[in-house]
Design a protein around this ligand. Structure first.
Ligand code: NAD
Ligand code: MG
Length: 388
């Protein structure tokens, strides 16, 4: 039989942690996957280095000021340089792209994800903020344009894989696992004093700064609850969260007969990325396997809502739908930035998000324009909240 032509991947956010892992998966794919586009915001030297290795058709530099100041020496002659955020959307729609890997952090990833969905592409979705902010709109557009959304987030990949054991109506609930973050055993006094460096050191995952802080506050789990609600079209009361510090069981599906199907593997993003990029196939492992010669101890404990107010907030946003997600996400992005700049205490991040959710003008069926306005409003609210 004739060999299939390689699947053409646009890696949006190529210089980040997910981008880096994805490029390892692509490099190991024996030609089945090829990187046709690589985007970066500000690490342009790294972008050129990657372009030399992968000779993509396009590199996209989204920070225009940085791009214009940069010399661009060493870019392969086959590679075209595109500048600005609109170039992400142009490439996401291009006929020479099969799969868009949405690995830009935060709401900056929304535009290119929407463009890919509208062009009916396969979207390997790492950028959870997109679904949190605009889940119902993204899903509706995906249905309309025949786009496929494949989860990259490890929990959602685990659920997606486990769901294959039954039909939709046979699903009783999904159980999202959470590491509990680096401060799982700290008391309230110690938590108030958490420094930026302590919050940036995650025990099991090596990730970008924003999601590392989200993992420490458990806002990452809040966002994942909302992400799951839209991705799998499940009401919030069908979603459970369990603390599982070893991060081996990445999430589970409980079926009506009581059977629970879980996906297990060592914590390494290359596996869910590979699954999404190669879907529907399983390929030889790039990430390490579980070592069955070693004793393994897996713990699960219910998530104590009192200890983890973020989880409660995530359930609230998932239950409310409408504009709840966009304001929680925007408030969180701003609060995390403020924390990293030393303007906000660690323990103020979640209350800031909660306060913005409670005070916003709720709309159950917003348009994209209304979402964009509320996103800006929520950011200003948190900035004012910090000053007050
Ligand atoms: P990162 O900070 O390491 O990388 C972010 C990427 O986005 C970089 O390539 C950067 O150049 C680009 N970027 C930043 N700001 C931009 C802007 N304004 N416009 C365009 N591009 C911009 O982040 P990451 O850890 O790789 O996470 C990426 C996304 O994947 C996030 O949404 C995160 O929640 C999600 N995710 C990450 C992990 C993980 O293990 N890192 C796991 C699950 C989900
Ligand atoms: Mg996750």
């Amino acid at each position: 039989p004739q060999a299939e032509s390689p699947r053409r991947i646009a890696v949006m956010g190529a210089t980040g942690s997910i981008g880096d892992n994805a490029l390892q998966v692509i490099a190991a794919s024996q030609g089945r996957l090829t990187a046709v586009a690589l985007s970066a915001h500000s690490r342009l030297e790294r972008l050129v280095e990657l372009a030399k290795k992968f000779t993509p058709k396009w590199v996209i530099a989204t920070d225009e000021v940085a791009a214009k100041a940069y010399k661009w020496r060493g870019l392969p002659k086959e590679t075209e340089l595109l500048v600005g955020a609109e170039a992400l959307e142009q490439v996401a729609r291009d006929a020479e792209v099969d799969t868009v890997l949405a690995a830009i952090v935060g709401s900056a990833g929304l535009g290119s994800t929407l463009a890919a969905v509208e062009a009916g592409k396969t979207v390997a979705l790492a950028n959870k903020e997109t679904l949190v902010a605009a889940g119902p709109i993204v899903k509706k557009l995906a249905d309309k344009h025949g786009a496929t959304l494949l989860p990259v987030d490890s929990e959602h990949s685990a659920i997606f894989q486990s769901l294959k054991s039954g039909t939709r109506s046979e699903v009783h609930r999904i159980v999202i696992t959470a590491s509990g973050g680096p401060f799982r055993t700290w008391n309230a006094d110690a938590l108030r004093q958490v420094t930026v460096d302590e919050a940036l050191a995650h025990p099991t995952w090596d990730m970008g700064p924003k999601i590392t802080i989200d993992s420490a506050t458990l806002m990452n789990k809040a966002l994942e609850i909302v992400e799951a609600r839209w991705l799998f079209d499940l009401p919030a009361d069908r979603i459970e969260v369990m603390i599982h510090p070893q991060c081996i069981v990445h999430s589970m599906v409980e079926f009506v007969d009581g059977s629970v199907i879980a996906q297990m593997s060592p914590p390494d993003m290359r596996l869910p990325i590979q699954y999404a990029l190669e879907y529907p196939h399983r390929r030889e492992a790039v990430a390490p396997r579980i070592d069955w010669t070693q004793r393994m101890h897996l713990e699960f404990e219910p998530a104590d809502i009192g200890r983890y107010p973020a989880i409660e907030l995530g359930f609230r946003a998932a239950r409310k739908g409408g504009t709840a997600g966009v304001v929680v996400n925007a408030a969180n992005e701003t609060a995390v930035a403020q924390f990293l700049e030393g303007e906000l205490h660690f323990t103020e991040i979640v209350p800031a998000c909660k306060s913005v959710l409670e005070s916003h003008n709720f709309n159950p069926t917003p348009t994209l324009d209304e979402l964009a306005k509320l996103d800006q409003w929520a950011r200003r609210e948190v900035e004012n909240w910090v000053c007050a």
